[in-house]
Design a protein around this ligand. Structure first.
Ligand code: MN
Length: 532
């Protein structure tokens, strides 16, 4: 898959010739209308960004072009590839959203708008806001496609971080680790999560990166020989037992994920068993258990390390069987058993359901499959790591509430699915899960979360009491707004202040937050005391 090849990593930094053909070979469609649409998107973006440069000094178009390639490699439909190509034209090339709508249609224009809006959200390293921010990103992205485009945009930016000025680099790296990678993980896009993490790891934690790289190399060299041997042995055994259809592959743990685990294991590398794992991929679920039986029959499993994520999928939908076995030389290795379908989903998660059902005959995105994919793991069946007895009903309930992200749950609760109309599916997954809070931005992109129906006055006091007390007016999304207006998710709010302005009694009725009401009352009280 292009996104995680060395070729992609090289092209991320050193542009190829940026020719349309490089993109088209990755596109999973040979329909004329798709090729034509992608061609127009390519020409449009190239023209829009003409003359612009990246921090790297390379043509700006290099960035949307790679983003589009990632989307094509993920086998996303033409509309998403084009949205990826155009994603920076509004923000950075002054293209009017209406122009995009006129040329490429509302659907693509809305995706571009969604990605543009996400770009205004900034992470300022406030730990306590991290979870809200993740939710906010999901909420602002409105439909999952926007999030997928944004993740590919970020992946390319993450891979070119060395060109970004040093003072910005750390924030982008942390934001990637704290916000984007977890979202990729929750959407089941394991490969993308790992690529994002490993791209920014050296920038986020340079010392730890160096240390981990060294340890990783020291233990890795030994493992690679061992892995080859065990791979051959496993293949031989499976064949002996008459298993004909299977393939094996080895996977190396991502460096960042290795570092995190090393931290959890008090830097004791001998406690990490899954630096290298052997995957066995078979056609059916039954085959998975058969293979597990063969493996456990031949090699002694490490107690307590067998995890059946087929019977009990992870909260993000991950399925497969993991077991750690003793090898004859005294070492241990993790074996992962899964079907092809599980394998695909483990890598690309929700994105694997935007893939065309049949690239030759169907023009529809398989939206039902995407929604069903989300549904299948909500509510989550109980699986608490290390717990072996069967759960009580109450425990199931508790776990479900605690571990399923609310936004994921609400997507699954989306009303009816209209199989004929992909747009209605997207409407349905538009997030209404913030039924109690709205998330609005300062002009700098800081996030303020407020109760629903909050007004600009609430916003002003949430920033600082002095700003509230001197507030003279407000702009919402660049336009003057009444102090009584209700703020909506994603609004950008700017407060004007003046020395002459001050709160009045009426403001109490225009506010939702107790914080604002308290400050207004206190101010009015002070004025009253001064005048008597
Ligand atoms: Mn971009």
């Amino acid at each position: 898959m292009y996104t995680f090849t060395d070729e992609a990593k090289k092209a991320a930094v050193t542009p190829t010739k940026l020719q349309l053909e490089e993109l088209l070979v990755l596109v999973n469609s040979n329909r004329k209308s798709d090729i034509e649409l992608i061609t127009r998107g390519y020409e449009f973006s190239k023209k829009a960004h003409a003359g612009q440069k990246r921090y790297s000094g390379k043509p700006y178009f290099h960035h949307p072009f790679e983003t589009a390639k990632y989307l094509a490699a993920l086998q996303m439909p033409a509309s998403m590839i084009v949205a990826g190509m155009l994603h920076d034209t509004v923000e950075d090339a002054d293209v009017e959203p209406q122009t995009i709508a006129d040329i490429f249609g509302e659907d693509i224009a809305e995706m571009v708008e969604g990605v543009t809006k996400l770009g205004t959200v900034r992470y300022h390293g406030m730990q306590r806001h991290t979870e809200s921010l993740r939710k906010l990103f999901a909420a602002t992205s409105r439909d999952i496609r926007v999030m997928v485009v944004k993740l590919m945009d970020r992946l390319h930016n993450a891979r070119t971080l060395q060109f970004v000025p040093a003072h910005k680099r750390g924030r982008i790296a942390l934001e990637t680790l704290e916000i984007y990678a977890p979202i990729a993980d929750r959407l089941g896009m394991g490969v993308i999560k790992r690529e994002l993490e490993d791209a920014v790891f050296p920038h986020a934690f340079p010392k730890e990166y160096k240390k981990s790289t060294k340890i990783f190399k020291d233990v890795g060299g030994e493992d690679i020989k061992r892995l080859d041997r065990i791979q051959n042995n496993v293949r031989k055994k499976l064949a002996e037992y008459g298993i004909k259809k299977f393939r094996t592959e080895s996977r190396i743990k991502g460096l960042y994920s290795f570092y995190r685990k090393l931290e959890r294991k008090d830097s004791d590398v001998t406690k990490i068993f899954d630096i290298w794992a052997l995957r066995i991929i078979v056609p059916t679920v039954t085959d998975c258990y058969t293979v597990l039986g063969i493996v456990h029959g031949e090699w002694r499993p490490f107690p307590g390390r067998m995890k059946d994520y087929i019977a009990f999928p992870k909260p993000n939908g991950y399925k497969g069987i993991h077991t750690t076995i003793h090898i004859n030389d005294g070492s241990v290795i993790e074996i992962q058993i899964r079907t092809e379908e599980m394998h695909r989903e483990a890598q690309f998660g929700v994105a694997s359901h935007f893939v065309y059902k049949d690239s030759k005959s169907s023009t529809k995105i398989d939206n039902n499959a995407a929604l069903n994919w989300i549904r299948q793991f909500i509510p989550v069946r109980l699986w608490v790591e290390g717990q072996d007895k069967s759960p009580s009903k109450k425990a199931v309930h508790t776990y479900t509430d605690a571990a399923t992200p609310a936004w994921l749950k609400s997507m699954a609760d989306a009303q009816k699915i209209d199989g004929e109309n992909p747009r209605s599916f997207l409407q349905n997954i538009k997030n209404d899960f913030f039924s109690h809070r709205v998330f609005v931005f300062t002009p700098r992109g800081d996030v303020i979360d407020l109760p629903i129906d909050s007004s600009p006055i609430d916003f002003a006091y949430a920033i600082h009491s002095e700003i509230g007390n001197k507030m003279s007016g407000a702009k919402v999304n660049g336009k003057m707004a009444a102090l009584s207006s209700s703020l909506k998710n994603g609004d950008i709010v700017e407060i004007a202040t003046s020395e002459k302005s001050h709160p009045n009694q009426k403001w109490i009725g225009l506010t939702k937050t107790t914080l604002a009401k308290r400050h207004i009352r206190a101010y009015l009280q002070r004025v009253k005391e001064m005048s008597t």
